[in-house]
Design a protein around this ligand. Structure first.
Ligand code: ZN
Length: 470
């Protein structure tokens, strides 16, 4: 919690619409850090008539407010009174909305941390259906004098607060409070409305720094929650803090579902190379082992690079690795665990004609190098050892559409040879993506993994697409 001063606030108004209706009474119970409570209230001249039914509901008549101060007269001192405190109200959006609007007209910015006691009650008593003030008065045996007058209602909230604090374990109460106040302060360079329009849909978010420098790309099935979690003080690590300090702009791209978000994230990270995406950032020299026949007619693993051939189309590939060193290490590890021959695999030079490999002497090779094992048998064992690393050849004739159905949109992810060409939302867009796709789009490891998993698990329906022109 950012503050230890509390203000319990209730307003009476001429109606429910903050844009046209006006405040007629303000009740505030101020509680300082020592728990000392000060009650304050005033009628307010709304400078417009109070409808009859509101008069009978609240007991506040046109006569009563005629001589009361207007909001203009109260604005500055009221703003001081409320400033810096946790703003607590029942249906807080209502009271906070009215006050913020009213202060706005006098150029006073009002952005307190806001706590709604309806939400608090719901969080603490999730099994209860009703959380209106009358119900809470009865449930918690609060002392109600006059209902629907501002100070009396504000005092009920203060009573409720004290009752909940004393009746519930403090961890329970504090946890509910923390989760409700999780509207964390936004990073300082962001406009205050920067997250207002981010919904909890699947999609990708992009963080930009000064001069539109791409800082970070992330994905989530709940965009809003994920974006806000970056600014949550609870887990503010150094890395997150640096990111927040540099952040100037947030952009979001909604998707129908998780697969679309994953594909788009992988692509944007490759395209934009954001500063903070270090882990996913470097594709390096993408390579794989391919089983080929050498000059002696032996089938041996040969290192092949994504820059040399289309991994989506190539056969008998095993990998993938981000560079030669990793590829060598992986093959050596396999050789060791399967007693394969490093000479036969081309990872070790024969020390002389007919000489065995080094591991044969250590009894770590089954002896293909000295004729103790047949080449075909060694090869079969090699293929079995490599099986887990096999890169599947693209199983379709051409491009396909993966159809992802969201809550209110349908995406078609256009894919060919394990490469993501883009997401379409209409037949025209599908057509355009196929038209524009380069004849050999770059193979990407992350995209391959996402697609391979999606196809293997039949996560999405597949539609075969045919290129119109070739
Ligand atoms: Zn050997």
């Amino acid at each position: 919690m950012t503050t230890d001063k509390l203000v319990f606030v209730d307003l009476e108004t001429t109606g429910a619409n903050p844009a046209v209706d006006r405040i007629t009474e303000i009740g505030v119970v101020e509680v300082d850090h020592s728990g000392e409570a000060t009650h304050w209230s005033t009628l307010v001249n709304p400078e417009q008539p109070i409808p009859a039914f509101i008069q009978s509901l609240t007991g506040i008549s046109n006569d009563m407010v005629r001589k009361a101060p207007t909001f203009a007269e109260l604005a500055t001192s009221l703003h001081e009174r409320l400033e810096g405190a946790l703003f607590i109200a029942h249906n807080a959006r209502f009271d906070y909305g009215f006050l913020r609007n009213a202060f706005d007209q006098f150029g006073l910015s009002f952005k307190p941390d806001v706590l709604c006691t309806v939400k608090l009650s719901r969080a603490l008593f999730p099994h209860e259906r009703r959380h209106n003030l009358d119900t809470l008065v009865a449930r918690h045996q609060l002392k109600a004098d006059v209902r629907h007058r501002a100070l009396a209602d504000a005092d009920l909230l203060w009573q409720l607060w004290q009752k909940l604090r004393s009746d519930l374990p403090s961890e329970t109460f504090d946890a509910a409070l923390r989760s409700l106040l999780q509207r964390p302060s936004l990073p300082s360079h962001l406009p205050t409305n920067a997250v207002d329009n981010i919904s909890d849909t699947p999609g990708v978010y992009l963080f930009y720094g000064e001069n539109e420098l791409p800082l970070y790309v992330g994905k989530s099935v709940r965009l809003r929650q994920r974006v806000l979690s970056h600014f949550n003080a609870d887990h503010k690590e150094y890395k997150e803090m640096r990111l927040s300090q540099q952040l100037h702009r947030i952009e979001v791209r909604e998707t129908a579902g998780e697969i679309g978000a994953l594909l788009l994230e992988a692509r944007l990270i490759k395209d934009l190379q954001p500063v903070h995406n270090r882990l996913l950032r470097r594709q390096g020299d993408l390579c794989a082992w391919q089983l080929n026949e050498n000059e002696q007619g032996h089938i041996v693993p040969v290192l092949t690079h994504a820059s040399e051939q289309d991994f989506g189309r190539a056969e008998r590939l095993f990998g993938l690795f981000s560079g030669k060193r990793k590829a060598d290490a992986a093959l050596r590890a396999l050789a060791e665990s399967h007693q394969l021959c490093l000479v036969q695999l081309g990872l070790e030079r024969r020390s002389g004609p007919q000489k065995p490999c080094f591991n044969w002497q250590l009894k770590r090779c089954n002896g293909v190098c000295v004729g103790k094992e047949s080449e075909s048998f060694h090869r079969a064992r090699l293929e079995a050892a490599l099986a887990k690393l096999r890169i599947e050849t693209w199983p379709y004739e051409g491009a396909i559409g993966l159809i992802e159905q969201g809550a209110d949109r349908t995406d078609v992810h256009v894919v060919n040879n394990w490469c993501f060409l883009g997401t379409a939302r209409s037949e025209d867009e599908v057509h355009d993506l196929l038209e524009q796709s380069p004849s050999r789009p770059a193979f990407d490891l992350d995209t391959y993994k996402i697609l391979h998993r999606a196809l293997a698990n039949k996560q999405l329906p597949v539609r075969l697409l045919h290129r119109q022109h070739n």
